[in-house]
Design a protein around this ligand. Sequence first.
Ligand SMILES: [Ca+2]
Ligand SMILES: [Ca+2]
Length: 187
Amino acid sequence: MTLLAFLFAAHADPSLDPDDGVPFRSVGDLDGDGQPELIGNVDGEHLEILWGGSDLATTLADPDASNPSGVQSMAGVRVISKDLDGDGVPDLLIGAPGFNAERHDVGRVYLVPGGRLDASVERRRLDSIAVGWIEGEAFSDRVGEHIRVLDGGSLIEVRIEEGQRAGTYVFDSKLKGPVPLASGRKS
Ligand SMILES: [Ca+2]
Ligand SMILES: [Ca+2]
């Protein structure tokens, strides 16, 4: 059995709870061929999309991978798959709470429209395939650790657990470019 076949088989096993550490989870059919795709982080550094019904994979490279600290962004520790722009194709919200920029663990949430991806794309940097991202600003904001989609997909909620900025921040789901945490509606 190939690795891909194993991963698909493991995902199909109903005794495995995807919230309980299964490394790959289904994100729906991104390329419209009727086969659902899987997403996961195989090596701690790269997020992979495995294309259903094929042996093809797309690597979404972590912009932090070249960070001299060697600390990775944990991209994909949270992934939400939902059609946010109403084109019928699932879109991906990808949490990367360990993203560093100049400060440690500011975190990001990337929005990758499903229609931007297909099995012919072998490798992209996450920040080049995303149309926008919410970005933390201060040490240990860890944006992306807790994310939810609200109001049928029109809003994105980011929750910060600890520190001065603790609370929930709500954003319009039409993200464009970098969106600072402070521009969210705080509650
Ligand atoms: Ca597919
Ligand atoms: Ca969509």
